[in-house]
Design a protein around this ligand. Structure first.
Ligand code: ZN
Length: 277
């Protein structure tokens, strides 16, 4: 028997930036089209689960992006998530809240933070997540403790470091890997021109980071989900082992259906389902 012979259907969501209501509306719509509930939801960071203004103050972001968003209503149980959701941290998160439990926790019913580095078994699928983004100067240093909030830049909490990568490598293998920024080297030559001169990508060679790529090469997941660039893209990586990884990059929730992907796993095969607007 294959390890996950059962049929599993889950949705993936790109950067949310506090727009949980739009996310839930779109997921409900896609579930109605499928005539089936989702088994779970995976989210690739920049979720922004601010309970209140104090959480918001611990997020690194320019003033114009500093908004409370929808999460408070979920935290106060005035609204709810219809299916279990698992998210990693991006570079815009209330790390003053999330870093109280860096190993991950359930914020509210159906809403789980995977932690700085996390692994969870969902319906037979091994899902690994790495929070944060890469920055060369911070990579070899320890992250500041929560007690340093207020005296160091909030940005210092948005990076993953060498220890996180080592911890993730120790997990050995994954079926699905969640990273916020893209792995490097996934842009097909034919697509390179469309990355030229875009915000965050002066050219295709600078898209993504080598440590996310290192994790993909080591864990050899079937599927990598990422966000950050607010752009939908599909890349693939072929490993020397003969295995292949699909890298599915998702747009942001404000951009509409491009922020979503629905995946069907059964046995050793999986497919991405077409979404209707
Ligand atoms: Zn974002």
């Amino acid at each position: 028997m294959p390890t996950h012979a059962q049929e599993v259907i889950f949705a993936a969501v790109g950067d949310v930036h506090g727009h949980m209501n739009r996310m839930v509306d779109q997921l409900r719509h896609q579930s109605e089209v499928l005539r089936r509930p989702f088994d779970f939801i995976l989210q690739v960071g920049d979720f922004e689960p601010h309970r209140d203004a104090a959480d918001l103050a611990t997020m690194s972001a320019p003033a114009k992006y500093r908004q409370l968003g929808d999460f408070a209503a979920y935290h106060q149980a005035r609204r709810g998530f219809p299916w279990p959701l698992y998210f990693i941290g991006g570079n815009h998160e209330p790390y003053g809240y999330l870093d109280t439990q860096p190993e991950g926790f359930e914020l509210i019913r159906h809403c789980h933070y995977l932690g700085r580095v996390g692994v969870v078994d969902l319906h037979g699928l091994r899902v690994v997540g790495l929070s944060g983004i890469y920055q060369a100067e911070s990579f070899r240093a320890a992250r500041p403790p929560l007690s340093a909030l207020g005296s160091v830049s909030t940005r210092a909490f948005t990076y993953f470091n060498e220890r996180d990568i080592e911890q993730a490598l120790e997990l050995g293998h994954a079926d699905v890997l969640l990273v916020h920024d893209w792995p490097s080297g996934i842009i097909a030559p034919d697509d390179a021109a469309s990355f030229q001169g875009k915000r965050r990508s002066p050219d295709a060679d600078t898209v993504g980071n080598e440590y996310a790529r290192l994790l993909v090469d080591a864990l050899q997941p079937k599927l990598v989900l990422c966000g950050h660039m607010h752009r939908s893209y599909r890349g693939s990586i072929h490993h020397a082992s003969g295995r292949a990884t699909t890298v599915r990059c998702l747009a942001s929730v404000e951009q509409g259906v491009d922020a979503f992907g629905v995946f069907h796993f059964q046995g050793d095969t999986y497919s991405e389902m077409l979404l209707t607007k």
